[in-house]
Design a protein around this ligand. Structure first.
Ligand SMILES: C[S@@+](CC[C@H](N)C(=O)[O-])C[C@H]1O[C@@H](n2cnc3c(N)ncnc32)[C@H](O)[C@@H]1O
Length: 159
């Protein structure tokens, strides 16, 4: 299986870069894994509602331009469906079983994902009702993908 994560903005914090690199390395024997960073839209801190929609739309265009037609897209959204680690593992397993070999997880920028990206997504996954910084979300998601792989292979990992 080929799994991609698309995130907005360049990762800056060393601890996040190192953490993601560690899980990417652990994933390597099991599947093809890639993180794509699209540019974030430079904007002042205080924006009107219309400006926020515009920022999300521009970032959304960049995200959509990176998604291949056949890819199964999972958008990360606070109000999405809550999945346990076992459910994520099962979803990936089922997708693979029924012929979907390319899964793209999409994480929004600081204002979230555009409606266009949400419409492209086949599924919306929530990590709970708390808002996580989008860059930290990349690390948490990468670890959960690794956990899912270990669950599906029945291999030992942290409980
Ligand atoms: C800082 S959050 C954006 C917050 C924005 N107000 C919103 O409601 O989407 C940036 C991105 O991180 C992801 N994210 C943050 N917390 C999440 C959570 N608890 N579950 C799923 N995704 C989350 C989402 O993709 C979100 O678009």
């Amino acid at each position: 299986m080929f799994i991609q994560i698309i995130g907005v903005g360049k990762l800056k914090e060393k601890y996040l870069i190192d953490g993601i690199a560690e899980y990417a390395k652990r994933l390597k024997p099991y599947l093809k894994f890639e993180i794509i960073e699209v540019a974030d839209e430079k904007a002042p801190d205080s924006l009107s509602e219309a400006e926020v929609v515009q920022v999300k739309a521009r970032e959304g265009e960049r995200i959509l331009s990176q998604i291949k037609g056949e890819a199964h897209v999972v958008a990360l959204a606070i109000d999405g469906k809550l999945w346990s680690s076992e459910e994520l593992a099962r979803e990936l397993d089922q997708l693979g079983t029924y012929g979907t070999s390319h899964v793209v997880f999409v994480i929004g920028g600081s204002h979230g994902l555009s409606d266009e990206v949400m419409r492209r997504a086949q599924q919306r996954m929530s990590f709970g009702r708390m808002t996580l910084p989008h860059q930290l979300m990349r690390l948490v998601l990468t670890e959960q993908i690794y956990r899912a792989v270990k669950i599906n292979r029945g291999e030992p990992y942290h409980k």
